[in-house]
Design a protein around this ligand. Structure first.
Ligand SMILES: [Zn+2]
Length: 206
């Protein structure tokens, strides 16, 4: 098994991890880089991997720095499911089209001002809506198998509505190892949101 940190390493935004096993390839989160002058160019540049070879995506939570490039993935040929919690699915149905709308507006404005370095939208409202069709809602604490060699479970991360720590069991050559994708963890003792679930054991954590 190989885990590649594609976005968030040494940065606070643009979270994206690629996990490759002997039987499948999947992503954990696909966030947009936010803030900083290079952010638009970084979000536009081609992915460092071939999206068409990705079997599925796991999403920890709806914040744009974790979910914002999902429509770009779909535009680039990912046709597998995007698994996340029910509340995150609801939030995405508002946030991703909104992100597309902002990009369309900004591109329009730049065009009207004849800016030479104007970039087109990475994706439109319609692209975001197309992406939503691939999102599959999963209940918290329900173990499911996105691939015969992979089992997953979303645990409450207490960060925002719908946020999850994802437990991932990967079986290769008869040996099962456990990954934990923490996303952004909440602070214990906050009102409204539940305290993050304590995860007992893991072989790799991000
Ligand atoms: Zn977050």
């Amino acid at each position: 098994m190989k885990i590649t940190f594609l976005g968030a390493a040494r940065e606070v935004t643009g979270s994206c991890y690629l996990v490759e096993t002997d039987q499948c390839r999947f992503l954990i989160d696909c966030g947009m880089v936010q803030g900083g002058r290079e952010a638009p160019a970084r979000n536009h540049k081609p992915f460092d991997f071939d999206p068409r070879g990705i079997d599925f995506v796991l999403l920890t939570h709806a914040h744009i720095d974790h979910s914002g490039l999902l429509p770009k993935l779909v535009l680039n040929g990912i046709d597998g499911p995007i698994y996340t919690t029910r509340a995150t699915t609801d939030l995405l149905s508002v946030m991703l089209p909104d992100s597309g709308h902002i990009q369309e507006m900004e591109a329009d404005r730049a065009k009207r001002r004849h800016k030479p370095d104007a970039l087109p939208p990475i994706y439109t409202v319609q692209d975001a809506k197309n992406c939503l069709k691939q999102v599959k809602p999963i209940d918290y604490n329900e173990r499911f198998a996105p691939h015969p060699s992979i089992a997953c479970c979303f645990r409450d991360a207490g960060h925002i509505l719908g946020s999850a720590i994802i437990e991932i069991w990967v079986t290769e050559n008869g040996v099962t190892r456990k990954l934990v994708a923490s996303g952004d963890l909440g602070q214990p003792g906050r009102p409204i949101l539940k305290d993050p679930t304590n995860i007992e054991q893991a072989d790799a954590v991000d």
